[in-house]
Ligand binder design. Structure first.
Ligand code: R1P
Ligand code: URA
Length: 345
């Protein structure tokens, strides 16, 4: 196992490096301290850098072969059920997700030796000896914490993302992925634009349906193994991602009171109903990373989804914050479920 490495992998960046694609001569990207061979195709993303170590305790004993740290990005690679898995922290916010997604893309699809992009399945290969890359082989599941505006959702419950609503502006800098033009995603967008969020530019996309389903199946399987008192509650719905924790999620603090553009954001999100595919959908949760994860993964053809433990309930019918025990139990189950879904064969 490598010890904490120097930022940029030792020799650093030189004047010859392409400023649009900063990669060291050894093949390290600018922010994630690893090379292509150190990153598995199946990736758990967490916000909190300290959570990487926690997820590591759920991996197969003695399986961790790589560990490094740079800025808020801690990374380990090991195995779960004998399947290679990387666990990576992003820190808080969609802006960090944009950095991580670009560098995961480079690490997966840029041939560092030949200094050119790999060809994908269905494209004419640049080198007939090189195996074409299948973008759907990259699977990313975020394991986070969140709040909820939904009175049906209690603290300690897991929120599993089906639709993704971006209240942030990160993905306004990228074209819409094809899935955003489908009738169901368009409906989510139309509904969200009818709220006060119509005053800011919002976007909508969705998690990969297979990942949403695998997370639900993993939660059901976990519940099948425990007593009624230990059942893990979960709720599938739309995840709204804000570009901040306070005003951007409708929290008005101190002298900011009276100065929010959308003072009733949580109430409006809690009241939203989407009749997507004839099945009523609601907002499940609010956090700060999922929108960019799903949107950018959809653009790249990677598979992505999110499971978060609800720690703050801010609904019309009740307000509460999870105890440390509730948060820890929910997080433990979220980690198990995410690892099962990620490594499903
Ligand atoms: C805010 O406290 C942070 O917690 C949530 C939010 O998305 C934001 O990053 O997720 P993590 O617990 O994964 O960091
Ligand atoms: N994380 C968030 O982003 N919001 C919450 O309310 C709780 C956790």
């Amino acid at each position: 196992m490598s010890a904490a490495i120097e930022p940029h992998g030792g020799s650093g960046l030189s004047a010859e490096v392409d400023p649009d694609l900063p990669i060291t001569p050894e093949g390290f990207t600018y922010h994630i301290a690893c090379k292509s061979e150190d990153m598995a195709d199946r990736i758990i993303l967490v916000g909190d850098p300290g959570r990487v170590k926690v997820v590591g305790t759920y991996l197969d004993p003695g399986s961790i072969v790589y560990s490094a740290s740079h800025r808020e990005i801690n990374i380990i690679t090991g195995k779960y059920n004998d399947v290679p898995v990387t666990v990576l922290s992003t820190g808080m916010g969609t802006d960090n997700i944009e950095i991580v997604m670009n560098e995961v893309h480079i690490l997966k699809e840029y041939n560092m030796q030949k200094r050119r992009w790999r060809t994908r399945i269905g494209e004419t290969p640049a080198d007939p000896l090189e195996a074409p890359f299948d973008p759907s082989s990259v699977k990313l599941i975020r394991v986070g914490t969140c709040g909820t505006p939904n009175e049906e959702v209690q603290v300690g419950c897991l929120a599993i993302t089906q639709y993704a609503i971006g209240m942030d502006n990160t993905c306004q800098y990228y074209d819409n992925p094809a899935v955003n033009h489908t009738a169901d995603v368009q409906e989510v967008l139309a509904k969200i634009e009818q709220t006060s969020l119509g005053r800011v530019r919002v976007y909508a996309t969705k998690a990969t349906p297979a990942i949403t389903k695998d997370l639900v199946d993993a939660c059901e399987a976990l519940n099948g193994k425990v007593d009624a008192s230990e059942q893990q509650r979960y709720y599938v719905g739309a995840t709204c991602s804000g570009s901040g924790f306070y005003g951007c999620q409708g929290r008005s603090v101190g002298r900011f009171k009276g100065h929010l553009t959308i003072p009733h954001l949580t109430e409006e999100l809690g009241d939203l109903r989407f009749n997507v595919s004839e099945n009523e959908q609601r907002v499940a949760n609010i956090e700060m990373e999922n929108s960019a994860l799903c949107y950018l993964s959809n653009l790249l053809g990677y598979q992505a989804g999110t499971v978060c433990v609800v720690i703050a309930r801010r609904s019309r019918t009740g307000r509460s914050f999870a105890t440390s025990d509730q948060a820890a139990k929910g997080l433990s189950n979220a980690i198990k479920i995410a690892l099962e879904a990620l490594t499903k064969k």
